[in-house]
Write a protein that binds this ligand. Structure first.
Ligand SMILES: [Zn+2]
Ligand SMILES: [Zn+2]
Length: 174
């Protein structure tokens, strides 16, 4: 049951998609890092340095570190900050947590993801990178509105969601 946060899973699949599947086939070196306090704010300085953000909403599972209760969520926010500089590409990821309703302790537990969800998130990220760093057309935007079936788990409780509390918006704007 993938309810625990495993950064190495993200890193492994990131490398697989780049090395085996050549998702970013431009000869640049891309790496994935983590930062658990970044926000979706892009300052003028950030922009000048080439930083962009991409916010993705995924299916994930949580496990409360106090009472061990687990719950699924269809609205787990993962935030990516990325830039290409010279021939080095950097991606910095932050997963947003949710708090346990039973404990009500405002401790945010980090999400666990299935392999499929990680792949899906990274493929969308690479599509954004191809568009915004390499000028390719964004495939994920093509006709996506027609086929975006939304499957909800329980109603999303904004008061237990770290991303909602921080006002991190998950709309695609670029
Ligand atoms: Zn709990
Ligand atoms: Zn939320």
């Amino acid at each position: 049951f993938p309810a625990d946060w495993v950064p190495s899973l993200w890193r492994d699949i990131f490398d697989e998609l780049l090395c085996d599947d050549n998702e970013l086939d431009y000869g640049d070196q891309w790496s994935l890092n983590f930062n658990y306090s970044q926000t979706d704010t892009v300052t003028k300085e950030d922009r000048k340095r080439g930083w962009k953000v991409f916010c993705h909403r995924a299916y994930g599972d949580f496990r409360c570190s106090s009472c061990d209760k687990t719950w699924p969520s269809a609205r787990v926010v993962v935030l990516f900050r990325y830039r290409l500089r010279g021939n080095r590409g950097t991606v910095i990821m932050r997963p947003f947590g949710q708090a346990c309703r039973r404990c009500g302790d405002e401790e945010f537990d980090l999400p666990g993801f299935s392999r499929e969800e990680v792949e899906k998130a990274l493929l969308r990220l690479f599509s954004k990178i191809r568009k915004n760093c390499y000028g390719e057309e964004d495939e994920s935007d093509r006709g996506s509105s027609a086929g975006s079936a939304k499957v909800w788990t329980k109603p999303h409780e904004a008061s237990l969601c770290e991303a909602c509390i921080m006002g991190i918006c998950c709309q695609d704007d670029d």
